[in-house]
Structure formats: C-alpha cells, structure tokens
Design a protein around this ligand. Structure first.
Ligand SMILES: Cc1ncc(COP(=O)(O)O)c(C=O)c1O
Length: 416
C-alpha cells in the first residue's frame, strides 16, 4: 500500500513523528490515546487548510476566473489522491462526504429503491452505531430486516455464524467493519466480501479505522462501497469519502438536491450531473478535501509496514503492561493472545471507566471511556463501558507508562 514518492523524505512513527504535529510542539501535548475517535493533525494539514483559505479561496466548479479554477484543480486533485490511496481505478468512484457516517447514510438513502420489502441486511456485532442505525432507519422505512452475525467471546467475527446467516437469509446487503473501533478486531474482510458476493449480496465496508491503520485496495478487495473519515487519518473534520464502484454509483439515486449536482434545471424539472458530482449537492468542503489530500500524502511518507509494526508493538506492550497490573480485564482478541490492531480495551475491577479517564487526565493522559458508539458489541461481551486506548503514528511507550501510573493511583484511591 505504501506509495512513498521519489525524493520525498521518509518519516518514522514514534517520538520523532511528533515533530510534525503542532499538538505536541506548540499545543497542549500529553499522552493522547484517543486517535480512534479523532487523530491529531500534522502541520502540513493545518498549513494546507490555511493556504487554501488565504490563497485559493473561491467556490469550486463555478467561477470563470483564475482563482476559482485553481481551487477547482486542487479539489479535483484531492479526489485523485484519495482514489490512488485506496486503490480505486478511477476518481469517478470517489464521492466527498462529511465523514464515514454520512457515507453510510448516503448509501442507505440512495439505494433505498434497490430493496424490496422483507429483504435482509446483514451486519456484525462489531459495528459502530454509524454502521447500524442508518440500516435500522432504512429497514423501518422499507419493511426490511436487520440481522447481526455474532462475535466470539474474544471479540472476533464468528465466521461460522456469518456464513450460516448468509445461507439462511440471503441478504441483499452486507455492511461490516474492516477494523472495530471498540476492540481493535480486524475482520477477515477479503473472505467476508467473497462469501457475501457468492451469496448475492452487495457489500459495504466501513473503513473508518481501517483506511488509516490497515490501508486498503478497494479493487483487490472487490467491495461495492467503502467509507472513511478524514479526521481519523490525520486530516480535517467535515470531510470523508464514499467509494463506490462506478456501476453502483450509476444505480444510486441522489439523496440531496441543489447546486453542483445538476446538469440543467428548468421549471419542469432537472437533469443530474455525472457521477460523482451527482452526490455532492451544494458548495463542497473544498479546503477540507484539499487538506485531506495533504493528510494522505503525509501518511504516504511512512511505510505501511512500519506504521503497522509500530502500532502492533504498542498493542503488545499495552497488553503486557495491563496483564502485569492487578484487577484488569482485557477485551478483544488480545485478551486470549490473539492479534488486534491499534486499539486496546480494558476495565479495572474497582474503578468505573469514567472515573479512570478523569484520574488519567490528571496524569496528562487523554483516554476514552464509555461504549465507544458500539453498544451491541459491549452488550454481547457483558460489559457496559470500557477504557480504550488507541494509537497513532505519534504514540509512544511513555504514553503507556503514564497509563500504568494512573491505574495504580486509581486502584489505590478506589480500593484494591
Ligand atoms: C468503525 C467506525 N465507523 C464509523 C465511525 C464514524 O465516523 P465519523 O463519526 O467520523 O463519521 C467511526 C468513528 O469512530 C468508527 O470508528
């Protein structure tokens, strides 16, 4: 997946990478362990946003003047960068949306006419609410059934159950995550897509975590739709991507009407613009889209292998540290020695996760506590909330040492 360019200086994850993040060099810094929620932004992304707003600020695809043409070129180029990053054959497959959530909602709305009453949508119990609720809303509108493939006690997709449900329900659509934000579980996505297609289903892959931490080649994967958010891949908020195969985009109906998505408008009606503009009504978040391109170019300066190895070593070190502490319960594949990516979820016997996050804050640790927008996952594992640490290219061993101190203080405070 790595696309390191000639003559570009390579970057290494870890302490050195912090030099590129003003959060560490100018901002509050700290042991930021919530990258699964939103990543810190490198200087190149912040600079890109500022540069567009200062030097290229004109509405895209509208003005006949040079400034607008420049902004349009930069916006179109960002689409190309995204397409290359995820291995899409054509930038016509890339729709800019506000984030993964909007991407899923757009597919759910725009493919509504492809479902008939009684059709089944198959999800997994690993999904973020963003990949559940839009389907439940669609099911309510159209009289469909939403079915969940089970997970194992250690938070892996139960492949047997998934295959059985494919056979039993013959779903019209399978929507599944590549990497679960609550537990760090990596799903066997290639097998899932293949099996779902063999069963006749279209497949949406939620790449909100996967796009940043695993990488993807959508052509090789063969999925019908892939969604991700800019802010989890070191880019800005308010921008995300829906990839869909061109034939899938052609069969989708526009969800929102307005400027930019039309070829003409008369008092009798309107004609749709070509794909993908048809799905981008209104003035787009072009500074954010351009900055997303800058974020992807930043990510491309790392080797994918090194990024994964870095995050893997942090997961291993975190799990070892937690195992050595008293009263800790681990969740997810690592709890039984399995592999998981970039996320470690745990609880402390005598300390509520929210109390722990507050104590950790006094150690300058920003850590997440709660259900991680994955209530069905946590419920299946018999827990209401966990503490979650999640890593980025700037995460370091010292972050884990700070968590360890916070655990010891919390247990001393709340009783052992
Ligand atoms: C796996 C997964 N899917 C979807 C989302 C939704 O992303 P956003 O809130 O950026 O739309 C998230 C956010 O945490 C996520 O982790």
């Amino acid at each position: 997946m790595s696309q390191r360019g000639e003559g570009v200086d390579f970057l290494v994850p870890g302490l050195k990478a912090r030099e590129h993040f003003p959060f560490y060099t100018e901002g509050p810094g700290g042991c930021y362990l919530d990258s699964a929620a939103t990543a810190q932004r490198p200087k190149v992304v912040i600079d890109s946003l500022c540069r567009t707003l200062i030097h290229h600020n004109a509405n895209v695809h509208r003005g006949a003047y040079r400034l607008s043409a420049e902004a349009s070129d930069l916006y179109d180029n960002a689409r190309l960068i995204v397409a290359r990053y995820i291995g899409a054959r054509s930038e016509r497959s890339i729709v800019f949306v506000r984030g993964a959530t909007e991407g899923v909602n757009l597919v759910a709305r725009s493919t509504e006419h492809l479902f008939k009453q009684g059709d089944v949508i198959l999800l997994s119990l690993l999904e973020h609410h963003s990949n559940i609720v839009p389907w439940q809303m669609l099911a309510k509108r159209k009289g469909l059934k939403v079915v969940f493939a089970d997970i194992t006690d250690d938070g892996q997709l139960n492949v047997k159950d998934f295959e059985n449900k494919l056979r039993e329900y013959k779903p019209a659509l399978v929507a599944i995550t590549q990497l679960a934000n609550s537990l760090g579980t990596v799903t066997p996505i290639e097998d899932v897509v293949r099996a779902a297609h063999e069963a006749g289903a279209r497949v949406l892959v939620d790449g909100a975590q996967g796009a940043a931490h695993l990488g993807v080649n959508v052509e090789a994967l063969g999925c019908d739709y892939y969604v991700f958010s800019g802010h989890k891949i070191y880019g800005p908020t308010g921008i995300g991507v829906l990839y869909a195969r061109p034939e899938r985009l052609e069969e989708m109906e526009p969800f929102q009407g307005g400027g930019d998505m039309i070829s003409y408008v008369s008092v009798e009606g309107f004609g749709c613009a070509d794909i993908p503009q048809r799905f981008e009504a209104g003035t787009p978040a072009f500074p954010e889209a351009i900055a997303l391109g800058a974020a992807i170019e930043f990510v491309n300066r790392f080797s994918r292998e090194e990024m994964r190895a870095h995050e893997k070593s942090l997961v291993t070190a975190a799990v070892d540290m937690l195992r050595a502490e008293q009263g800790i319960t681990l969740y997810g594949p690592a709890s039984v020695g399995g592999e998981q990516a970039t996320v470690v979820s745990f609880s402390i016997d005598t300390v509520h996760p929210h109390d722990f996050a507050t104590i950790a804050d006094t150690h300058n640790v920003q850590i997440r506590a709660g259900n991680h927008c994955a209530m069905p996952t946590l419920r299946r594992l018999g827990v209401q909330a966990t503490v979650r640490m999640s890593f980025g290219v700037y995460s370091c061993q010292s972050d884990l040492t700070a968590v360890q101190s916070a655990i010891r203080e919390a247990r001393a405070m709340f009783g052992r």
